[in-house]
Design a protein around this ligand. Structure first.
Ligand code: PLP
Length: 389
């Protein structure tokens, strides 16, 4: 378990991004946290060590990343994991057989899969609800409910959950509110300030931002939850290696300036797509016609680079995703380079078709992760691909 350096919390977001959790290396003064590529630490006598005994339990590079992300989210404790799903796994292991979870119905496909194919088998129960309406969270709650798990905005439908309302509801009923903040990042949305007690990330995406590692992180404000997560991180062992922690830590230093550019490009491209005759519908919380635009303005400081668009059919979606040149056809999101994907056959293929269609995740839906390239080049690329659809 790694607790934030309290004095880091006094500085602004961009300063935290660069410095939080890191101090010049004691022995050498190295300004960058070294990659402590070691599995164990020498002890000077029985039970005499410097706080590090074995690298599954603790690693200084990992400590720095955990403190950094915890400070960015405004939490007290951070825990890094080998992937975003390993982070989700650890959070669900706070619960025991018989416990009930209310989960947003449009969460990441892998989140839905680990819940229904792994934890349901082990005795947890889940109800998936449309958390755009917080009354549905309330209606789904039973005497066994322990946790509310939401993602906002969601992938790829851009549903928003009112975090303040969900936080209040969770507090009233004694439930833990867990927010997957991968899409918005703490740069644009800080769930803890709005009432969440646990925030998780796939650091694979915006936090690292360079598409060169896979990782996850969990941040919490609660000491009791932190104790359990620390136990689980060590007991289960789904920890990231020091090089991946170092890459993520390098990534978070530029998070604010990258997000600013993702947001600028995202707004421009969403507005451009919205008036394109071949595009039936654009899903982007920053567009004034997004049904929850007002909530987006209230709880987010920016809208980022994730945009979904409806093209009307699988054939048209295929034509576009196979013809873009700058937008690479690939899974994942949040990197400096632009990506294009087809959720129904890629990220959300494991979500039952009936459930997909009910929420508008059709075969004609295409998702963009807008990178930090020149917006004019990106619109030109989409324009030539759309011409073929
Ligand atoms: C990618 C992603 C995950 C899973 O993270 P991995 O690092 O791929 O395991 C979870 N939630 C969201 C919103 C994601 O985009």
């Amino acid at each position: 378990m790694t607790r934030v350096f309290q004095d880091d919390l006094a500085s602004g977001f961009a300063t935290r991004a660069v410095h939080a959790g890191q101090r010049p290396d004691e022995p050498t003064g190295a300004i960058m946290t070294p990659i402590y590529q070691t599995s164990t630490y020498v002890q000077s006598g029985l039970g005499k060590h410097k706080g590090f005994e074995y690298a599954r339990t603790r690693n200084p590079t990992r400590d720095a990343l955990e403190r950094n992300v915890a400070a960015l989210e405004g939490g007290d404790h951070g825990f890094a994991f080998a992937s975003g799903l390993a982070a989700t796994d650890a959070v669900l292991k706070l619960l025991s057989a018989g416990d009930h979870v209310i989960c947003g119905e449009n969460v990441y496909g892998g989140t839905h899969r680990i819940m229904t194919h792994v934890f349901e088998r082990l005795g947890l129960t889940f109800t998936f609800v449309d958390t755009r309406d917080s009354a549905r969270i309330d209606a789904a709650s039973t005497s066994h409910t322990k946790m509310v798990f939401v993602e906002t905005p969601t992938n790829p439908m851009m549903y928003l959950t009112d975090l303040q309302a969900a936080g209040q509801l969770a507090r009233d009923r004694g439930l833990i509110l867990v927010v997957d903040n991968t899409f918005a990042t703490p740069c644009f949305q800080r769930p803890i300030e709005l009432g969440a007690e646990v925030v998780l990330h796939s650091t694979t995406k915006y936090l690292n931002g360079h598409s060169d590692m896979v990782g996850g992180v969990v941040v919490t404000t609660r000491d009791d939850v932190a104790d359990q997560l620390a136990f689980m991180q060590n007991a289960v062992g789904a920890v990231p290696g020091p090089l991946d922690c170092w890459l993520a830590l390098r990534g978070t230093k530029t998070l604010p300036i990258r997000m600013e550019r993702h947001d600028y490009n995202g707004r421009r491209i969403a507005a451009w797509l919205a008036q394109h005759p071949k595009v039936e519908r654009v899903y982007y919380p920053g567009l004034p016609d997004h049904p929850q635009h007002e909530l987006a303005c209230r709880q987010m400081k920016g809208f980022g680079g994730m945009i979904s668009l409806e093209l009307g059919s699988l054939a048209k979606a295929r034509a576009v995703v196979e013809r873009t040149r700058l937008f690479a056809l690939a899974e994942s999101l949040g990197g400096v380079e632009s990506l294009i994907g087809h959720p129904a056959t890629m990220t959300h293929a494991t979500v039952p078709k009936a459930m997909r269609e009910e929420m508008g995740l059709t075969d004609g839906l295409v998702r963009l992760s807008v990178g930090i390239e020149d917006a004019d080049d990106l619109t030109a690329d989409l324009d030539q691909a759309l011409a073929a659809s």
